[in-house]
Structure formats: C-alpha cells, structure tokens
Design a protein around this ligand. Structure first.
Ligand code: SF4
Length: 289
C-alpha cells in the first residue's frame, strides 16, 4: 500500500482504513486550508486504487470503516464511485461504513438520483465544511460557495440519505467580523441541521501569508476569550434539532460536547464558566491541527 503524503482524515476516522481515491483537493483555494497545497489534484486510476484495495483486503479483511481520501472524493464521477464502493463491500465483508470529505460543488454537480445511488451503495457519511455563513467572508476565504449554495448542497446531501458531519471555524472572521460570522453561521447551520456539527478554531500552519493576503488589511486575530465569546453567540443562535455538537478538535481552547438544541442551556452555562475561568482553557502551545 503506497500513500501519497500528506494524508489527512477527520479525527473520528482514526480507526478507519484509508484509501486515496483522489489526490489533493479539486478546489484547493480556501484561504485557511494548507492541507493539500503541496499536491496537484488528480483522480487515481482504477488499477492503482484496486491494487491498494486488494492488498489491504488480505491483512485487514475485517475492517468495519473506510475513509476515502483525499480532500473531496465525492468529486469522482458517479459510476467510478459506485465501482469503488461495490469493490470495497465485496472485499471487506464486515464493512459497515464508508465516508469521505465533500465540498458544496461536489454535491451540487450531482443529481439527486446520483447521490441516492452513491448513498445506497454504502457511502454513508460526508464531512462537509460550512466554515461560515457570512457571505462576505465566504468570498474572502475563497470557499467557492455562498451561503445559499452551502444550504442547498447540505440539505441536498441529507435528503439523499447521507449523514452530514459539518464544521465551522471559530475566529475566522477576526475581531471586527466576529458578531456577523457567529450569527450568520448559526443561521446556515440551523437551516441545514446536520446530524453532527463541529467547531474548529482557526490556526495557522506556517506563516499564514496566503490567509492574510485573502483577508486584506483590516483582519485582526482574536484571543481565546474573544473566540469563546464568539462561540457563545453562535450557540445562542443555533436552532438545531438532534444535532451532536462538538468542539473536541485539538485546535479548540474548550472541548465541549452537547446535543442541540436539547442541551443548549447547559452548553451556554459551560461556556460562561469557561469565560470566568480562562486559566483552565487549553494553552496556546497545546493547540494543533
Ligand atoms: S475544499 Fe476543503 S480541502 Fe479543499 S481547500 Fe477548501 S477546506 Fe481545503
């Protein structure tokens, strides 16, 4: 098995087998993301991918979870994705779940029927970056989608049968844009109502030059208190139903987990407590991507 480095996967896929169906990200322009900067996007040929699958099927036949890397495997043509999924479920008889990252255009470019077929073939979970619901900020960060397209793609995936694990980024708007980022992000998340929602906190790998170039001059980094205040506003504005909300990513100052909106009051109390005791927050040097 040969991995084309670097390889990324969501924290919840730590125990999954990983196959690279694509290399890099077909978008690869988001201001805050350096994951695939070193890679030129390409789709892996079937013979290469199949060789990896057959090799791993000898040693890991009982694998229950598989993650399809790299940055947006849902970009694959539907028939190619179906071939991959059928082969995975044939070669790994205990397989229960296949997941992948997906961006808005991957979803919008497929018909509802194509998405349903892919989901029925066993791609159950999509990791989907909302990042922000603020349209001005979405342009600056070069997300490649506006808030309406985020809503359309997220709801389209859920309606096709997928579970959606969405992410938003705290601190992304900087000091000045924080209130609008919090409220607009809550609005978009509430309409989509993903099954899982995670908050990450902005962190730079390297000098952040590309990010600062995209954000223009007025952007100011938020401190941990301001980030928590932003989280408080966002949580307060969430109108979610049965959504598992987490901020347990290593980039966050405060790890939390709650089902929203059912546990909103408790969650807001937890954030208030943390604001009163900032000394208990994760120190800056322990934050990581
Ligand atoms: S679409 Fe995802 S992987 Fe691609 S650049 Fe944006 S955040 Fe990174």
């Amino acid at each position: 098995m040969h991995y084309h480095m670097p390889v990324y996967r969501p924290p919840s896929e730590a125990d999954s087998l990983i196959f690279q169906a694509t290399l890099g990200c077909s978008h690869n322009r988001c201001a805050f993301c350096t994951m695939y900067r070193s890679k030129k996007f390409r789709i892996r040929p079937w013979d290469d991918l199949k060789a990896d699958i057959l090799e791993m099927a000898t040693g890991y036949r009982n694998a229950r979870r598989i993650f399809l890397a790299d940055g947006d495997a849902l970009v694959l043509e539907t028939e190619y994705m179906l071939r991959i999924l059928h082969t995975l479920y044939e070669k790994f008889p205990s397989l229960e779940r296949v997941s992948a990252y997906a961006n808005p255009s991957n979803i919008l470019e497929k018909s509802e029927e194509e998405l349903q077929r892919i989901n029925a073939a066993g791609l159950q979970l999509l990791y989907f970056g909302i990042e922000t619901g603020d349209d001005e900020l979405l342009v600056k960060i070069r997300k490649g989608a506006n808030s309406e397209e985020l809503i359309q793609s997220g709801t389209k995936a859920i309606n096709a049968g997928f579970s959606l694990s969405a992410t938003v980024i705290l601190g992304l708007a900087g000091k000045k844009g924080s209130p609008r980022h919090a409220v607009e992000t809550a609005r978009v998340c509430s309409v989509i109502n993903p099954q899982y929602l995670s908050a990450l906190t902005l962190i730079f790998e390297g000098d952040g030059r590309y990010f600062f170039h995209c954000m223009e001059d007025e952007w100011e980094l938020m401190d941990k208190i301001e980030v928590l205040q932003e989280l408080r506003v966002m949580v307060d504005h969430f109108e979610l139903k049965d959504c598992i909300f987490r901020s347990n990513h290593a980039s966050n100052y405060l790890p939390i987990k709650a089902t929203l909106n059912q546990e909103k009051s408790e969650l807001l109390r937890e954030i208030e407590d943390a604001l009163r005791h900032p000394e208990a927050l994760r120190p800056e040097f322990m934050r990581a991507l």
